[in-house]
Design a protein around this ligand. Structure first.
Ligand SMILES: Cc1cc2nc3c(=O)[nH]c(=O)nc-3n(C[C@H](O)[C@H](O)[C@H](O)COP(=O)(O)O)c2cc1C
Length: 397
């Protein structure tokens, strides 16, 4: 297999006990025919010597920011320009923190700061260190900058603790890097996806919401990420697992979803509005629980802002895909939605059938655009997501 031919990958080896696995990572990337150079941090050099990495990578191992041999002494710029990807594996807590705050006090952090290359981070550390708020916060900062985190594995650690924090397997690390380079028309595209349901408070106890689970949207997130897109996921109430490779932003109600979409929409190539946003919210949310005095209660609802319609009105609008959950006059309602909101694609979702659609693992939808009216047969949400994006790519990219 040689699908990373001509790809230049820098492996940053930092100070984790699992640095002994770095030569194997170099090997596995070479199996894909990648050209590999290694930067060894001061901490990394405590665990592995440059000699073994040098022999295996068949390149000089770099460790010194102040390098007499570099052209004009600027080794960090030379390496930053050389790299198509920088993979930090193992990534120590210290190196992750340095990079998250933009430090440039050693060769590796300076190269990362000076490079536009894809950044992969494979953390390896004690589970308490990995779970700490500080480390998780720093990883979130890096995910926001579209770094790709290669999740550590779980199991017995060298320190005796059992849990998450072991460096991912070298073959899995190499595969995840490789997958990012399988070029599709979505590779490098910025995609903003909303998903899940919103929760509109009536009082501190009660709320208006709906049955959306977020599963359909999450499969779109997963498929976009697998295709190399840079995904921002704005999610409400969901019963599914987030993808750690997207920039995930949590909201509760429709107004918050509107605000977060508008905060993040600039420079997005594609907007997929899959969230089931409540059309209405209570006019006067009560601060105290409404007492049950056995009399009828009239609740005044006001319409929420229409996120999809407002994104479609933007001067520099992304390509917009909306979802229409309908129970009757489905095609007519969906076509109206396509026209009235001014969006490019509507995915019509028949939610009158309890066997698929809301809160299930399967779906059956219709892809509607100006030129297309294509039914996607009932299947798993994963397969439906792939089909939706396949048709979308053919029509728009
Ligand atoms: C025996 C030993 C094992 C260590 N293992 C790890 C580890 O697995 N992960 C980690 O983040 N730090 C670990 N550390 C701490 C780092 O090596 C230390 O923070 C160092 O400054 C990291 O330097 P660097 O990020 O520049 O490579 C270890 C320290 C010692 C003494």
């Amino acid at each position: 297999m040689n699908n990373l031919t001509n790809k230049h990958i820098i492996i940053g080896v930092s100070g984790s006990i699992s640095a002994y696995k770095a030569p194997d990572i170099v090997r596995r990337l070479q199996d894909f025919d990648a050209k590999v150079k290694v930067i060894l941090t001061k901490g990394g050099a405590k665990f592995i010597t440059k000699w073994s990495l040098q022999s295996i990578s068949k390149n000089k191992v770099y460790h010194n920011l102040w390098d007499e041999d570099a052209e004009f002494g600027m080794r960090h710029i030379e390496l930053a320009r050389w790299a198509d990807a920088i993979l930090i594996a193992p990534a120590s807590a210290n190196t992750i923190t340095n990079i998250s705050i933009g430090k440039a006090n050693d060769l590796l952090s300076s190269v990362v700061l000076a490079s536009d290359a894809l950044l992969f981070i494979a953390p390896a550390m004690n589970l308490k260190m990995y779970q700490s708020h500080a480390l998780q916060n720093n990883l979130s900062i890096l995910i926001n900058r579209h770094a790709i985190i290669i999740k550590p594995g779980s199991g017995e650690q060298v320190c005796g603790d059992i849990g998450m924090g072991k460096l991912a397997e070298p073959s899995s690390i190499a595969k995840q890097v490789f997958q990012q380079f399988i070029s599709t028309k979505l590779t490098g595209k910025k995609v903003l996806i909303t998903l899940g349901s919103t929760i509109e408070a009536i009082d501190p106890i009660r709320f208006i919401s709906n049955h959306s689970s977020g599963k359909m949207g999450m499969e779109l997130v997963n498929t976009c990420i697998e295709s190399g897109a840079l995904v921002t996921c704005i999610y409400g109430n969901i019963t599914t697992t987030l993808n750690t490779k997207s920039n995930n932003i949590s909201i509760v109600n429709a107004q918050q979803m509107y605000d977060k979409v508008m905060d993040n929409i600039t420079n997005q190539d594609i907007f997929i509005a899959c969230a089931a946003v409540s059309d209405f919210s209570a006019k006067n949310t009560k601060n105290q629980k409404i007492k049950n005095d056995r009399r009828n209660l009239t609740l005044e609802l006001i319409p929420n802002k229409d996120i999809l319609a407002d994104v479609c009105k933007l001067k520099e609008k992304p390509i917009c895909m909306g979802f229409a959950a309908e129970t009757q006059n489905m095609l007519k309602n969906a076509k109206n939605k396509l026209k009235n909101k001014g969006c490019d694609v509507i995915i019509l979702n028949d939610v009158s059938n309890a066997n698929f659609g809301f809160n299930t693992d399967e779906n059956e939808v219709t892809f509607l655009s100006k030129n297309l009216n294509k039914k996607i047969a009932k299947s798993s949400k994963k397969k439906v997501a792939k089909k939706i994006l396949e048709i979308f790519i053919k029509e728009y990219l």
